[in-house]
Design a protein around this ligand. Structure first.
Ligand SMILES: Cc1cc2nc3c(=O)[nH]c(=O)nc-3n(C[C@H](O)[C@H](O)[C@H](O)COP(=O)(O)O)c2cc1C
Length: 353
């Protein structure tokens, strides 16, 4: 429960604070290989959230989960491990392992919309069980305080209806969260429809916890529209937008970006476009090398790289034909040749610093 508000930052201090940009957890994509490559080539991320770890009664993390949070795999990166469970004792057990590795914050996933997760009342499925959620948060929150771990929550605004959020916010308000990250969609939206800014506005007015916004920020312009609408909110989490453009956080933070679309959309090659494309290529090569080291056999590496291109590819001007070939590539040599051609032949669209 809340002890006092005296140690929390005041409204004015929060208004002056610089923007925090968090890298969203994305299962299957933003594991340690991707995270390290991103951290090496791009900046402006305050914290990287891991894809969810689902602690079970067996009291064992899977190899994938363990590899992802090993300190050796996250050197010099500010990482927040995320947990997906509705059992307080499993959360506390996993949080203890996480603390032993030296992490200082742990995050609860109340957003995952996938059917298999929701049917077990986990992720956004847990939002439907308000009393159980309240009891879970009470137990977990007090344990995290005793363990000296910060505790944050990433949530959707309801299971079926946005109206559910009023009650959910009252529950969240009972506990001192490091931050409340809101993706303002309900579970049944999956990623359809638009994020509900009306509900986010209510949260901004009534939340006792520091808020972070997450949802559909795909460009500097969409960020600026958000920031103009919610000037008090000093933290955003970026997911698919940063997969499409790994430099998005830098673009958002750049002072040069204070004017709307000042750089315009690059349709032709310029020096900056050229150097951005080179940087993207180095990033791509680092991700590929990382997967080749971590995953046995080309087949699974290719699968991972193709998934990445389903996001990266949207910025390659006129790249449709090559992207189709890339998707079909069955051998690593073929993949490398097509990827190389994309970097050689297609200009990047987007804003450049
Ligand atoms: C492929 C994929 C995997 C995701 N995995 C997770 C996850 O492990 N934990 C989580 O809290 N959210 C997960 N999300 C949701 C994202 O973190 C984020 O909330 C969502 O993409 C909306 O933000 P965006 O519009 O900036 O992409 C995932 C989303 C996608 C598309």
């Amino acid at each position: 429960m809340w002890q006092s508000m005296t140690d929390s930052v005041t409204q004015t201090e929060r208004a002056k604070k610089r923007m925090d940009i968090y890298f969203a957890p994305m299962e299957g994509i933003t594991g340690y290989v991707f995270r390290n490559a991103h951290h090496q080539f791009y900046g402006s991320i305050t914290q990287y959230f891991t894809p969810f770890i689902a602690p079970s009664r067996s009291r064992r993390l899977t190899a994938r989960e363990l590899q992802d949070i090993l300190p050796d795999h996250n050197q010099g990166i500010n990482v927040v491990p995320q947990l997906l469970t509705n059992r307080a004792e499993d959360f506390i057990w996993a949080a203890e392992r996480i603390r032993e590795f030296g992490y200082t914050e742990v995050n609860l996933n109340l957003g995952c919309p996938s059917g298999t997760v929701v049917s077990k009342y986990r992720g956004s499925g847990f939002l439907a069980l308000r009393e159980e959620l309240d009891r879970f948060l009470e137990e977990v929150s007090s344990s995290m305080q005793k363990m000296g771990l910060s505790f944050s929550v990433k949530t959707r605004i309801g299971k079926e209806k946005p109206e559910e959020f009023q009650e959910l916010l009252q529950i969240f308000n009972r506990y001192p969260l490091e931050k409340l990250i809101i993706h303002p969609r309900v579970q049944t939206d999956f990623y359809k429809n638009r994020p509900n800014w009306e509900v986010f506005r209510k949260a901004e007015e009534d939340s006792r916890n520091p808020l972070c916004y997450n949802g559909d920020i795909f460009s500097g312009d969409s960020y600026r529209t958000f920031a103009e609408t919610f000037p008090q909110v000093k933290a955003v989490m970026l997911g698919r937008g940063i997969l499409q453009n790994p430099a998005l956080a830098e673009e958002i933070c750049s002072k040069k970006e204070s004017g709307r679309s000042r750089m315009g959309i690059a349709k032709v090659r310029t020096n900056t476009e050229d150097s951005e494309r080179q940087r993207l290529r180095c990033f791509h090569d680092a991700v590929l090398a990382g997967y080749q080291e971590a995953i046995p056999g080309d087949r699974n590496v290719l699968f991972k790289m193709k998934e990445l291109w389903s996001y990266l590819g949207v910025r390659f001007e006129g790249g449709e034909r090559l992207l189709k070939r890339l998707k079909k590539a069955g051998r690593m040599e073929e993949y490398k040749a097509v990827a190389g051609q994309l970097f050689e032949d297609c200009a990047l669209t987007g804003e450049f610093l």
